[in-house]
Design a protein around this ligand. Sequence first.
Ligand SMILES: Cc1cc2nc3c(=O)[nH]c(=O)nc-3n(C[C@H](O)[C@H](O)[C@H](O)COP(=O)(O)O)c2cc1C
Ligand code: SF4
Length: 435
Amino acid sequence: MTDRPLTGRARPDRTPHTLEEWRALGGYEAVERGLRELTPERVLDMVDEARLNGRGGAGFPAAKKWRFMPKPGEAPGDGPNYFIVNGDEMEPGAFKDRILLEATPHQLVEGAILAAYATHSTEIIVLIRDAYRDAIRNVSRAIEEAEAAGYLGRNVLGSGFDIRMWVHPSAGRYIVGEETALIEALEGKRAVPRKRPPFPAQSGLWGRPTTVNNVETVSCVSHIVANGSNWFQSLSRTQEGGTKVFAVSGRVNKPQVIEAPMGATAAELIEMAGGVSGNGVLRCFQPGGGASGFLEADALEVPLDFGHVRAAGSMFGTGTLIVLDQTACPVGVIARHMAFYARESCGWCTPCRDGLPWAARIMADIEAGSGHLSDLDILRMTVEVGGPRGRAFCDLMGGAMSPLGTGLARFGDLFEQHISDKCCPVARDHRRAAA
Ligand SMILES: Cc1cc2nc3c(=O)[nH]c(=O)nc-3n(C[C@H](O)[C@H](O)[C@H](O)COP(=O)(O)O)c2cc1C
Ligand code: SF4
């Protein structure tokens, strides 16, 4: 049994296994056990006891979400329960789902079958970002193989359980990853988030009970069923179960995906990624992708999980670690983030539709050396207005405000120097030192 269950069987070149190769590695044993020996409720209880928190950003306990799904006959009207795997992955810095989709598609199919079983879903849709062409091909092929082997289809393994599964390529907007916008997109509508309640488990795709989970969350499920909840929990160093697939990038010598215990520290991950590059001295890092707040060297030993990172003043998000050394300017990074979030705003609500392009324009001016001190007040006001949860219709706006708000608080002097010196002081000093 490996301490890297999710990535330990992946080939370094990400060539996926055929079904036979996967079975030789123990694949589909959990599906056979789950569907033949366990009830849907038992599978759900195991996931609950394993303390599997969703890996798509919010860290919501998977089993808690699954318990909202009605059993057959409980929901009004006719039609299936849907289980949707979210592989939209467009958060700046994120690339961990890509590896799981490309290299271990059978692991995803196994997890999705068991998750569908536990949520009484008979239709599984895997939504994959359109740019991930290899992932779309590999997952589609794995589904075909699983169907031919009788793991999908009618009366799977004699369990009486019918299940269909297919891939839906996403047209490629960040907002499609938000679960209710994703449902709108699947229905062929403009991808904007839905009002909640009703929650997707009450009324989701085509008005039917629906659960949406992240690729990594789903990939954990077969391991829990195969090896038990205690084993899964014991992989973690904290109260949040399992390993975590971290994507480490930015100023590190070897940007890469690293599977490590939940609760591993940024110091450990940076070391595993070959250490800080640039001038070798850490300035700061984002622990949860583009929409997470900056932390500095004093947080290097914080156990990285949802609870500890929140307590440290940031957000664990997708476990995407973006590292900046002393020659990287956070003002420039924030300007890039603002441009991304402004472009990706779906335009549904005013604070985000109008506030983000405004903030992005101001950040571009400051970075170019044409900003004014009064701009900083406008930026702070934007954070104040749009940052707290509930001020905009979905979490895109608040997420975008996290790097801006923490950047202004931690690196206010650099913002001011950009304005007073009319250039980027970090790039200028670096050039001078190199001359
Ligand atoms: C703007 C925005 C983009 C999102 N993008 C993704 C994404 O690409 N993949 C993902 O799994 N979750 C994404 N989410 C979170 C989903 O709404 C949802 O919480 C998640 O898919 C649930 O899966 P989990 O419980 O397994 O984490 C996004 C949320 C927001 C607000
Ligand atoms: S916060 Fe932004 S992305 Fe979310 S609904 Fe409003 S405009 Fe759309």
